[in-house]
Write a protein that binds this ligand. Structure first.
Ligand code: S3P
Length: 189
């Protein structure tokens, strides 16, 4: 049993040579979709926020509160540069990662980036399920997300692929990404 599950992880069915990096705003579904995508295409899944939490030994909210956002961004950069340099995996990033010039340049050079694009109503509905995100803890979530959409959407638009994450179940989005990845790898082989 254990042997089967080991074989089914890491079989890299699409033969990808680069990691797949999911970018997009908070609530776009990067972690959920990323985990399922990784399972379906036989790659490891890593969540950069989780890696940061592990490295720091405290929650993201605590890092923001105790050390400030700049320290968080430093850790985020270090973690992502490390992840990009290891074996191909599916990497879910925090919403601000691709906005950083150095991280974005590294992702563009070393990975296939996918912007999971969702509209404001979907984002609000999803981020309202938990109140742990430091950027949304205070103030009006709709106003903050509207501002972040204006600031960040043009930058997320630099990703290699854009996949709408609005409609239907996460499985539909996962299947759509897998199809787009097949096309992308054919075009770039
Ligand atoms: C952030 C998004 C969060 C987390 C941090 C900052 C951002 O990740 O990295 O709170 O700047 O958009 P998610 O996008 O996974 O919520």
């Amino acid at each position: 049993m254990a042997e089967h599950s080991t074989i089914s992880v890491n079989r890299n069915v699409l033969g990808l040579k680069r990691p797949v990096v999911l970018v997009g705003l908070m609530g776009a579904g990067k972690s959920t979709v990323g985990r399922r995508l990784a399972r379906d295409i036989g790659l490891e899944f890593v969540d950069s926020d989780n890696e940061i939490v592990e490295a720091a030994g405290c929650s993201i909210a605590d890092i923001f509160e105790m050390y400030g956002e700049d320290m968080f961004r430093d850790l985020e950069k270090r973690v992502l540069l490390r992840l990009l340099g290891s074996t191909p995996s599916v990497i879910a990033t925090g919403g601000g990662a691709f906005i950083n010039d150095d991280i974005r340049a590294a992702i563009r050079a070393q990975a296939i980036s996918i912007w999971l694009k969702a509209d404001i109503e979907v984002l609000i509905e999803r981020v309202s399920r938990r109140n742990t995100r430091p950027l949304l803890k205070t103030g009006d979530k709709r106003a903050t997300l509207t501002r972040l959409i204006e600031e960040r959407h043009p930058i997320y638009g630099e990703a290699d692929l854009v996949v709408e994450s609005d409609e239907g179940a996460h499985e539909t989005v996962v299947a759509k990404i897998a199809r787009r990845l097949v096309e992308y790898t054919k075009e770039h082989s």
